[in-house]
Write a protein that binds this ligand. Structure first.
Ligand code: CA
Length: 398
């Protein structure tokens, strides 16, 4: 761990000062680092990279929220920490939002998991545009991911039905969603691990993250749609060139709820671990990502290791987006937005943002104009501790 340069006179007595204390003199405490937040004043850390390195190394050493709070002080936000994102609430009182489509007119389509409803959020208020009657919510299932074609005319929805998980397509004219048409059925359904994330790739195919529905052996069964990333034509048929002559694009996954393409067209996926290791994977056609034989990294021939792993209490990742040369991953149990800098096929040290500020975080997407991120929390999903105005949609800028 690199030690931040706190200056020669910074060996200040540490104490158990509350994280909520607003004074810049608030002390933050670590087992190896002892200095005051004041040491982070801009005159001491003028170099942005130096400051970011200090922050990262402190974060990695698990010094806790106190340092983060200190860094959020207004005086410190200017200058070196101007790279820290900020969140603005743009809608509230959503019900377990899951899929999210940012539209060009700055409105949003949002899937409400347990209601089976797709709502449009416009100027801060939500109105219903479609209910999908077949949705059979329960556990982690319900109306999950949404995706839209590049021409903006077709919307896809992934949901849990009575006996399976399904994908439908609907026409979209900017006001109304047409009748849903099932384009794929037979994705294994479970009380847990239903996957559900979808994205239309740069190749105009629909990529779908699924879950093994609580039955680990499905992940290695190439004839099962569970525990996979699927690649489909927009009418639901397997994409040409798929490795196993079916819908499967990659396998050995446990529960994929995050998919994002980077600016070079590489596909990244976030995946829930079981007890120890959540994963960020770089996805290649036909590769085996290890589950259920390996959780996290292992040295098993023929199995692909993740690029980054987290303890499950720090992440439990759902949504994933690529923005400003980083991947952004929403943590449910981890209650933070992870930023993972990307350099080619390499993933750098993750940086935590908004730790605990908004509770469980479900979905993160790039805005239609690319200028910001959209983020939802998920405290009304039965596992959270909702505030009176949860769940909410935030715009993230920096
Ligand atoms: Ca794996």
């Amino acid at each position: 761990m690199r030690k931040p340069d706190c200056g020669g006179d910074s060996e200040v007595r540490a104490s158990q000062t509350s994280a909520s204390q607003t004074s810049l003199d608030a002390l933050w405490v670590g087992s190896r680092l002892r200095c005051t937040a004041a040491d982070y004043r801009l005159q001491r850390l003028r170099q942005r990279t130096q400051c970011r390195n200090a922050y990262r190394s402190a974060d990695r050493s698990k010094l806790g929220v106190t340092l983060e709070r200190a860094i959020q002080q207004p005086e410190l936000q200017r200058g070196c920490l101007a790279r820290r994102p900020s969140a603005t609430e743009i809608a509230s009182d959503l019900a377990a939002p899951w899929g999210l489509i940012p539209l060009k007119d700055r409105s949003f389509l949002i899937a409400e998991r347990d209601e089976g409803k797709i709502v449009r959020v416009e100027n801060g208020s939500a109105s219903q545009v479609r209910t999908i009657d077949e949705v059979d919510p329960g556990g982690e299932g319900g109306l999950l991911g949404l995706a839209i074609t590049k021409d903006g005319k077709t919307v896809f929805a992934y949901y849990t039905a009575a006996n399976d998980n399904r994908i439908v397509s609907m026409s979209w004219d900017g006001r109304e969603l047409g009748a849903p048409k099932v384009i794929l059925r037979g994705i294994p359904k479970g009380f847990i691990h239903n996957g559900g994330r979808m994205v239309v790739g740069p190749d105009d195919y629909l990529y779908v993250g699924t879950g093994e529905s609580g039955t680990g052996r499905l992940s290695q069964n190439k004839d099962s749609l569970g525990g996979k990333i699927l690649r489909l034509r927009l009418d639901g048929r397997p994409a040409p060139g798929n490795p196993f002559d079916n819908e499967v694009f990659s396998y050995g996954h446990r529960n994929v709820q995050g998919l994002a393409f980077d600016d070079q067209g590489r596909l990244w996926a976030s995946e829930f671990g079981q007890n120890r290791w959540d994963e960020l994977n770089l996805i290649t056609k036909g590769a085996d990502y290890g589950w259920p034989d390996v959780e996290g990294s292992g040295n098993v021939r023929g199995m692909t290791n993740p690029k980054v792993v987290w303890h499950t209490d720090e992440a439990s990742p759902s949504g994933l987006a690529y923005w400003q040369n980083s991947l952004w991953m929403a943590g449910l149990r981890g209650q933070r937005l992870w930023e993972i800098p990307v350099d080619g096929t390499k993933a750098g040290d993750p940086i935590a943002h908004f730790r605990g500020d908004y509770g469980r975080l479900r979905t993160v997407q790039v805005a239609a104009d690319g200028g910001s991120l959209l983020l939802t929390n998920s405290n009304t999903d039965g596992r959270g501790d909702p505030a009176s105005d949860d769940d909410r949609l935030f715009q993230i800028t920096r």
